[in-house]
Each structure stands twice: as structure tokens, then as C-alpha cells.
Design a protein around this ligand. Structure first.
Ligand SMILES: NC(=O)c1ccc[n+]([C@@H]2O[C@H](COP(=O)([O-])OP(=O)(O)OC[C@H]3O[C@@H](n4cnc5c(N)ncnc54)[C@H](OP(=O)(O)O)[C@@H]3O)[C@@H](O)[C@H]2O)c1
Length: 332
């Protein structure tokens, strides 16, 4: 029988700044609200948005914990009022709007999923943020269909490594860009048909060559800046471009005539501020369509490194070095 303590260790952001502002603190253990489960966290994934939050550029949505961390995996230890989906003792992973870098986290049961069979909890904790993001942007907004071509920028990122595997599993021809030959090799190992080292090759020319001049049907972009204009160039007629971040900035000089002449669709979204109900709808589709693939070993989170919770600052240093391929995970 698990006895939940009153207090826990969590990682706080002492003041916005460099990785060393992430420090272990003693905080109250959250109380699960209606429909929520309390999870004894075994693993918390690290995501690039956490870096933005640490720097003071991505405030948690109103009412959300100021503790960073958007995804967790662990064991259910208490049930909030009306929570019926999981039993105490069950291993789950879940999407949280904050509070993941901690020994305990509360998650709405509809935003949690059973930890996939055959994966470790460290792997399960690396799933929710990228799988929810890729599912909603590539398959729901981007409507990727079997037989289409798909280009993901940042192919070696947590998001990119997930997008490559899922797009491939659902029958697309996959192109990925990455910043080194090693990263390109990793993208190919994950199933990318073409990996483009953007430091040595022009991705527009490479994308056109890989599609016999037609251009790509869907682009998932986290770079922005001058990629916006170049994505319009690399896209096929009626191509779609889904924007999930602007690592190179949100402003650009763009030739919009291509948007009109090729009948392109350019859209985007963020996951974190969306409602519990919207996230639950994504979770339900993932459970039905992607969990069987995870449990059959047809896709898998690529864990590059794990760090003990207290070393969250080291994990952020690694992420900011961009030396990693795949996910970085904190273990508790
Ligand atoms: N909209 C949403 O809902 C949502 C949700 C989650 C994440 N995101 C965004 O998706 C992106 C990927 O997240 P992640 O956690 O997967 O990140 P990550 O693992 O840290 O990967 C980011 C990678 O992007 C590449 N990159 C390209 N241009 C870059 C630049 N100007 N600055 C830094 N890196 C650059 C780097 O690899 P190279 O060596 O190839 O350059 C880097 O390793 C982030 O921008 C994040 O904010 C959006």
C-alpha cells in the first residue's frame, strides 16, 4: 500500500535564466481534482518548450503549476472524485500542462493512457508530448494520407523522430532535414526515405529531386524564418504546411504568390493551452490508432539520455547543445 507524503521534491525555476536556475525544491504533493489521477512519477520527458519556459518566454497557462514538465509516466497512487478509468497501481503515461518535473503529478484521466506494454517507464514518459503533437498536427490538421510525401524539419528532435516513425507507419514517403550526417543517419534508421543535411544541401532542391519535381504534400515545420518561403517552394500543388514552432523566428519575407498559385494551406497549432477535452480527443485517437503500433514495436520513443530529476539543469544543457538525437528523460 502506497502512502502518499504531504511534500515532494520538484524542480523549480528559481528565476528565469540559464539551466542552473532549475533547482530541486520541496513542494506540496498535488491533490488530484475531479476526474484526475495522482501519479507517482517514474519518468518525466524533457521538451524544448520547457527550455523556453525556463528562460521566461513560455508562461504556463493560467491555473497550471509553475513546475516545468509536460509529460510523465509512473504509477497511479490516488484517484480524484469521479476518476474511474485507471486503478491504483496501474502504470500510465500522461500529458500535463505543467508539473512534470516532480515526484508526483496529477493528470486528468482522459489525458492519460496505459503505459504501452513492452516499453520501460522511461520510454513511456517520453511519449505523450511528441505523440500528441505529431498526431494532432500531422494527421488531424495536416491530413497526411498513405502514398503522400511528408517532410519534417528537425528530423532528429523529439518531435522529428516521432514524426518520421508515425508517417512511415501510416504509409507516407518520408523526408527529414537535420544538421549533421550522424543525425541524417539516425533519421534513415528510423525509417526516413530521404534525410537531408541542411548544412550541406539545399532542402528545396533535395525535396524536389526526391519527389520527381512534384514537391512534397505535407511539411511539418518548427524552424520558421526563411524556411517559410522555402517551404512554399518545396511544397507540391495543394500542399499543406503545419507550423509548430519558430526556432529561427516568426517573421519573414515571403513570396505569397506560391500560396495562391499552388493552392497551399498553411496552418499551425500549439498543444499546451488546449482544453482537457481537446487533448482527450487526441488521446482517444492515439489509443486506438497508435498504441497498437507501439505495443507491436512498429514505433518507439528514441531515448537519447536519462538524468536523475535533481540533474534537470544538465538535461537542459544537453538539449540546448542540440547534440541529442531523440528524447531526453528525467528519472525519479
Ligand atoms: N506547437 C506545439 O504544440 C509544440 C509541441 C511540442 C514541441 N513544439 C516545438 O517543436 C520543436 C521541437 O521540440 P523538441 O522537444 O522535439 O526539440 P529538440 O529535441 O530539442 O530538437 C530541436 C532540434 O531542432 C533543430 N533545430 C533546427 N533549427 C534550430 C534552431 N534555430 N535552434 C535550435 N534548434 C534547431 C536542432 O537540430 P539540428 O542539429 O538538426 O539543427 C535541434 O536538435 C520545438 O521548437 C518545440 O518548441 C511545439
Amino acid at each position: 500500500m502506497h502512502t502518499t507524503p504531504e511534500t515532494m521534491t520538484a524542480i523549480g525555476i528559481a528565476t528565469p535564466g540559464a539551466p542552473e536556475v532549475l533547482k530541486p525544491e520541496t513542494r506540496p504533493v498535488p491533490k488530484p481534482g475531479p476526474g484526475e489521477v495522482l501519479v507517482a512519477v517514474a519518468a518525466a520527458g524533457v521538451n524544448r518548450p520547457d527550455v523556453l519556459q525556463r528562460k521566461g518566454n513560455y508562461a504556463p497557462p493560467p491555473g497550471t503549476s509553475d513546475i516545468p514538465g509536460l509529460e510523465i509516466a509512473g504509477t497511479v497512487v490516488a484517484l480524484g472524485e469521479g476518476a474511474t478509468r485507471f486503478a491504483i497501481g496501474q502504470q500510465v503515461c500522461g500529458l500535463v500542462a505543467g508539473g512534470g518535473y516532480a515526484e508526483y503529478a496529477a493528470v486528468h484521466e482522459s489525458n492519460a493512457l496505459p503505459a504501452p506494454k513492452g516499453l520501460s517507464l522511461a520510454e513511456a514518459g517520453a511519449i505523450p508530448e511528441t505523440y500528441f503533437t505529431v498526431w494532432t498536427n500531422v494527421f488531424q490538421r495536416g491530413r497526411l494520407a498513405a502514398g503522400e510525401s511528408f517532410l519534417v524539419h528537425g528530423g532528429s528532435s523529439g518531435i522529428g523522430t516521432t514524426a518520421i516513425q508515425l508517417a512511415k507507419a501510416f504509409g507516407a514517403t518520408v523526408l527529414a532535414t537535420a544538421g549533421s550526417d550522424d543525425k541524417c543517419r539516425a533519421c534513415r534508421d528510423l525509417g526516413a526515405d530521404h534525410a537531408i543535411n541542411y548544412r550541406t544541401e539545399d532542402f528545396v532542391a533535395a525535396a524536389r529531386a526526391a519527389t520527381e519535381g512534384r514537391g512534397v504534400n505535407l511539411i511539418l515545420d518548427m524552424v520558421g524564418g526563411d524556411y517559410i518561403d522555402r517551404n512554399y517552394e518545396a511544397a507540391a500543388d495543394q500542399g499543406r504546411i503545419v507550423q509548430i514552432a519558430f526556432l529561427n523566428g516568426p517573421k519573414a519575407s515571403v513570396n505569397f504568390s506560391r500560396l495562391m498559385l499552388k493552392r497551399l494551406t498553411h496552418t499551425g497549432s500549439t498543444l499546451r493551452p488546449r482544453t482537457v477535452a481537446e487533448k482527450a480527443a487526441i488521446a482517444a485517437e492515439l489509443h486506438e490508432k497508435v498504441w497498437p503500433l507501439l505495443e507491436a514495436g512498429r514505433c518507439k520513443p528514441l531515448v537519447h539520455a536519462t538524468f536523475p530529476l535533481a540533474q534537470a539543469s544538465e538535461a537542459h544543457r544537453l538539449m540546448e547543445s542540440s547534440a541529442h538525437i531523440g528524447k531526453i528523460v528525467l528519472t525519479v
